[in-house]
Design a protein around this ligand. Sequence first.
Ligand SMILES: [Zn+2]
Length: 364
Amino acid sequence: MPTETDHAAAAARRGPGPARTAVQLADGRELLYFDDVPGLDRSAPDQRVLPPHAPRSEVRYDPVQGEWVVVAAHRQDRTHLPAPGECPLCPSAPGRQTEIPASGYHVVAFENRFPTLGGPPAGGRCEVVCFTDDHESSFSRLTDRRLETVARAWTDRTVELSRLPGVEYVFVFENRGPEIGATLQHPHGQIYAFPYLPARVARALDMARAYRAEHRSCLFCSVVAAEEAAERVVARTDGFVAFVPEAARWPYEVHIYPRRHVGGLPELEPAEQAELMSLYRDVLARFDRLFDAPAPYMAHFQQAPAGPDAGLAHLSARIFTSRRAPGKLKYLAASESGAGAFINDVLPEQAARRLREAGTRPPG
Ligand SMILES: [Zn+2]
């Protein structure tokens, strides 16, 4: 089971890393610059006049499902698909102050102005992570250097947010495309620091606990070994394998696992982190080549929880799209939403073959 000392040792091996500068926004929220290179001036002040940040979410328990639900009614007022000149994630310019005070940036992480979580009733915290200041770019077009900075930002936030009082699970994710419900086009992801274990995560840990009790080994390690021997592998590197799972829920769904039993991003060695990030980018680029237009997608990392079950977890990145054919989306309709029973219209073996082929074609 990884300990604080393991995390500290891995951090020391990673070296000082790029510059990390913390500043405060006008309403009291924290913003962190993660730079590709050290020595940049990040002192530009936030010149906006904003009311103090006071999120008003609450967490309610559903006794029938045994699951938590976040009620965040204030989010109805959040920015929705702004015009390109009004993007709140672009850098600030003379006469136009955005969420990021600097006139240019590499990677930033900051508390969400319209958070799902946070504040006294709900606890937890929501952050936005911008991968580039280029509004028109995408994750699949980031440079190796930038991938390293993004990985350091994700790792930094995973470690720090896990330490916040009451936080049980740090969830790193990205929603891309209006079809998925992303309200901003600017390349960015989010991080939810949950004050509870989300239902699917808790369920997987329960399965891993039962498997360990019976087999004295890791459920995820055995799934990875089985998938590697099957016909649904999309791509692999020395330490990682990307595959479409046998029982994929989504038309195109890829899971990326380290072969080594590792709980989360903070435990990866620097070379492993670079390998994972490059494979993750490669899979996103394949998704962009599946259809006539870049695929809308949801991507996230499954990492170890903050609590005593950390040793049960095995890191994975999961990427899926609801697009099943050009112009056609899969919806979470009555069966999925009401019964939790997924129906997938695409054969996972076929999806894997198409994703393998998409690695050899230029972007469409
Ligand atoms: Zn933008």
